[in-house]
Ligand binder design. Sequence first.
Ligand code: AMP
Ligand code: ZN
Length: 115
Amino acid sequence: MTDCIFCKIAKKETATHLLYEDELVVAFDDLHAKAPIHTLIIPKLHIETINNIIPQQESLVGHLFTVASILASTLNIAENGYRVVMNCNQHGGQAVYHIHLHLLGGKQLSWPPGC
Ligand code: AMP
Ligand code: ZN
């Protein structure tokens, strides 16, 4: 997807600093952080929404959670706790149509979020 900002970030076509990269995913800080730690973990593969995930991509999607856990440890929020969120479509508040896991932490988060 040539006009997808997250594809561009994954291909290192922007100045975005990557906090993590492996063959399947990259992670970087959210531009408009909603918490002291707010990192986005995205697959390098362009998948528009949760609704577009196919069974063959289950391990890729699971890997996003593995990387969230690795980053939570690296960023020292694992013990206190954190939240991972993936928004879907308009009612879910999705703004960028390339799936991404939000990793939020570094403070006491309220619940429920934005209902
Ligand atoms: P969502 O509403 O779940 O689609 O979240 C999209 C997130 O991407 C928002 O929190 C934005 O602040 C963030 N975002 C959009 N563009 C960029 C960018 N170029 N670099 C980092 N974060 C971005
Ligand atoms: Zn994309």
